[in-house]
Design a protein around this ligand. Structure first.
Ligand code: ADP
Ligand code: MG
Length: 253
């Protein structure tokens, strides 16, 4: 369905000049995470601590899609949050493009995330009052790119995901599948090296989900993609599937 591939704006969207290499983009080693383990109201009551991840190790190389499966509560989203630097695990290390996230300040981690990671959520997380194009252009505000170029790039990305005729529509005027394609276009706006997708087809019917998966596969050709899902069709586009069970890696296939 998507005849043209997603535009590469390496030179315009970021100041990165080096070519993307086929190497390990994401590396988790011995990651354990306990929610509620430090500070907060429950500090003294150890039974409020939830161990969400136990000694998880995995790698995602550029040009590879890794699926993350497992029942609800098995730790999939926690892995994605750790990769995105949205949380710092209690133990173990998370490396993004060779940088150990634990060694960074909050601000540095945020900067690294904005520049190198595109995030796709189950429920799209589009801003309802902004047009499709404005949603896609939003992450570029911090890039220093002039407004006109931001709009141009957003339009090109929407065209690439098959929504060239929906640029001025509001999210509420789009179908679920269209919204997710807008969200993927937004995730791609900064031309990230890594795409993290949390149940990206969870809200979509089978046919619409297939479109989104085709797009994700296309996107994964020169990026590292980590996709959490319990949908078999979604896991089928992955080169490798890591199964989590109760916070542990149970299987890799
Ligand atoms: P999944 O995405 O596979 O459904 P999660 O990573 O969301 O799993 O959750 C793993 C475990 O961590 C679950 O037991 C969940 O209840 C717990 N958990 C997730 N987020 C939090 C949080 N912010 N605070 C406390 N516990 C959490
Ligand atoms: Mg989840």
């Amino acid at each position: 369905m998507f005849t043209h591939s997603v535009p590469d704006s390496r030179s315009s969207a970021t100041d990165r000049t080096d070519e993307r290499e086929s190497s390990t983009a994401v590396r988790l080693e011995g990651v354990t995470h306990r929610y509620g383990a430090t500070g907060g109201r429950f500090r003294s009551s150890a039974d409020r601590t939830v161990t969400a991840l136990r000694d998880v190790s995995l790698e995602v190389s550029t040009g590879t899609i890794v699926g993350l499966e497992g029942p609800s509560g098995s730790g999939k989203s926690t892995v994605l949050h750790a990769v995105s630097g949205l949380l710092v695990p209690s133990d173990g290390s998370v490396e993004l493009l060779g940088t150990d996230l634990a060694g960074l300040s909050d601000a540095e981690r945020t900067r690294l995330r904005r520049r190198h990671i595109g995030i796709v959520f189950q429920r799209f997380h589009l801003l309802p009052s902004l047009s499709a194009r404005a949603n896609v252009a939003l992450p570029l505000v911090q890039s220093g790119l002039p407004r006109r170029d931001r709009r141009k790039r957003a339009t090109a990305l929407l065209e690439a995901v098959g929504l060239g005729d929906r640029t001025t529509h509001l999210p509420g005027e789009l179908s679920g599948g269209e919204r997710q394609r807008v969200a993927i276009a937004r995730a791609l706006s900064t031309d990230p090296d890594v795409i993290v997708a949390d149940e990206p087809t969870g809200e979509l019917d089978t046919a619409t989900g297939a479109d989104v998966l085709e797009l994700l596969t296309d996107v994964g050709r020169d990026r590292a993609v980590l996709v959490a899902s319990h949908d078999q069709a979604t896991l089928e586009v992955a080169d490798r599937v890591v199964t989590l069970c109760d916070g542990r890696v149970d299987d890799v296939r």
